[in-house]
Design a protein around this ligand. Sequence first.
Ligand SMILES: Nc1ncnc2c1ncn2[C@@H]1O[C@H](COP(=O)(O)OP(=O)(O)O)[C@@H](O)[C@H]1O
Ligand SMILES: [Mg+2]
Length: 273
Amino acid sequence: MLNIIKKNEIWVLKLALVFEEVSKSFDDKVVLRDMSFEVRRGEIVSLLGPNGSGKTTALRIAVGLLKPSRGNVYIMGFSVFGDPVNSKKYLGYVPETPILYDNLTGFEYLELVLDLWRLNISDKYNEIIKLTRILDLEQSLEELTVNYSAGMKRKLMIIGALLHDPIVLIMDEITSNLDPKAIVTIKQLLEGLKDLNRAILISTHILEIAEELADRTLILRSGEIVWQGETRKFREEAIGEKKLEDIFFELTGGPEIASILDYLKRKNDDLNS
Ligand SMILES: Nc1ncnc2c1ncn2[C@@H]1O[C@H](COP(=O)(O)OP(=O)(O)O)[C@@H](O)[C@H]1O
Ligand SMILES: [Mg+2]
């Protein structure tokens, strides 16, 4: 595969992230099944699916935190597992749960990130101030992150993931712990990065978020891609038939709310009889 990539530079430039027949099992449990897709530069792709459908597992494989049982992932043509150093140069990752150091201030954390990338704080200072300002974090930069709210921690992780100007940005559960204002800001930020020709892969369990943000969407159910295509086509296919949510739930197997309500009603009837 690498040979093909070297021969064809345009291919490399367009397909920033490639999943090639990726499967993952934990012991006997199959969590991802034969997943293939690409993210091109200048597009936002979403993994959409209910809890437990395999979104986080797929993203952890993409960033090299988990090894696939089969298949491979390429970032800018470099195998994540064969050439971790080169592939990760191009990668920014925001996990769902922030990983920070309690005894560092927000600013010290960002300085540490810059150090790891061997970047100079003076070159990045203005960018940090701009990003912290739009995310309402500027006033808290001198506070220890242990005292940050979950949302503030997440915002700091987002800023940290952007400082080395990654070409591929991966964000798990993008709205997690963020208030409505921050969600709007993040959406605008991602749109801006898309215009700068970055490749963005997000995960969400919220249909509306995928619809608003993603050019293309992959719907996951129990580790399998059950639908993939242009996000707007999902709506086009649904219109005139059923409600979009119903189609999403049919594809993903949820929600089981109707049967739960039924159960509660029966229980209530029993108690009253
Ligand atoms: N380290 C692990 N060991 C065993 N099972 C796991 C592990 N990580 C994830 N899983 C299982 O994989 C499935 C998919 O999980 P995950 O990728 O976190 O889904 P999502 O992010 O879509 O909610 C779940 O059934 C989960 O229990
Ligand atoms: Mg998850």
